[in-house]
Design a protein around this ligand. Structure first.
Ligand SMILES: [Zn+2]
Ligand SMILES: [Zn+2]
Length: 281
């Protein structure tokens, strides 16, 4: 499969010359099967990186599934501007985490996308849109096998995903607060069962690296993980590569480079996820 980083930033977009190499769009990763001429059919999160889908589809509509880990702004704000999905020929299944057993997916999404916050609601997007719920467990989507597991974050239910095409696999855990479960071996959170299962032996682990280890004591309560945790999890779980993801908005290209350099000696190779790049697994 191919994994394309359409948006790698956390919290809010970061425009400006000091952010061009890693990119300013918020969380969105596009997955394509081999042999599909690089046409993504499974999207992970709907941050402003959704605006990059025409890079792959040109004027063609998106036809596939959009899985949301959770509903924070940096994971949904691309939706109203998703031109490949807001398209007469689009066929989109959007799945989001329920708040409880009574959740209506479309109504929940409309709380952030409807007047007076935005001129139209989700049901007014052009094309054929279906709204549904993600639940813990294993399911099929667009020919991929997806495992969804709830992970601790802050303010709303949050999932991590493991996606496999039968040959290769990727784990996507963009927002994760491991310290909510304790200090763990290095004081930056334990390597708990849910994330170990998601990341076990994956070809690529894409993980929350909003913080650096020394920032956790002060800022861990905001709901994020340190880059050191991401790489530590990759090592413990046997991942083949780790992509540091969800860079905090003020982290410049130079600063992300410095974070990545910390792991030059790590057994599992670590890269900084960069918008506009694609990895073939
Ligand atoms: Zn986020
Ligand atoms: Zn979040």
């Amino acid at each position: 499969m191919r994994v394309s980083f359409c948006g790698v930033r956390g919290s809010t977009p970061s425009p400006g010359p000091e952010f061009v190499r890693y990119g300013g769009h918020t969380s969105c990763v596009a997955l394509s099967h081999d042999g599909e001429q690089h046409r993504p059919t499974l999207l992970l999160d709907g941050g402003t990186g959704l605006r990059r889908l025409p890079d792959f589809l040109g004027d063609h509509p998106f036809r596939g599934t959009l899985l949301l880990t959770h509903l924070h702004w940096d994971h949904v704000q691309g939706l109203p501007f998703f031109s490949s999905g807001d398209h007469e020929g689009a066929l989109v299944t959007l799945l989001l985490p329920p708040e409880d057993e009574h959740t209506d997916a479309e109504a929940l999404l409309a709380r952030m996308m409807s007047p007076p916050f935005f001129p139209i609601g989700p049901h007014q997007l052009r094309g054929d849109w279906r709204f549904g719920l993600v639940s813990s467990g294993t399911f099929e989507a667009e020919g991929f096998t997806v495992v969804a597991k709830e992970v601790p974050h802050k303010g709303g239910r949050t999932f991590g995903f493991r996606v496999s095409d039968g040959r290769s696999s990727v784990a996507y855990i963009p927002d994760h607060c491991p310290t909510a479960l304790g200090d763990g071996p290095q004081g930056i959170g334990p390597y708990h069962e849910a994330v170990l299962e998601l990341a076990r032996d994956v070809d690529l682990l894409i993980h929350d690296s909003h913080l650096r280890a020394e920032e956790v004591a002060e800022e861990g309560s905001f709901g994020h993980a340190a880059a050191e945790y991401a790489v530590g999890l990759g090592n413990v779980a046997g991942a083949r590569r780790v992509a540091l993801f969800h860079h905090r908005p003020e982290r410049t290209d130079t600063e992300v480079d410095r974070t990545v350099c910390r792991f030059a000696e790590s057994p599992v190779p670590a890269i900084g996820a960069a918008e506009g790049t694609t990895l073939a697994l």
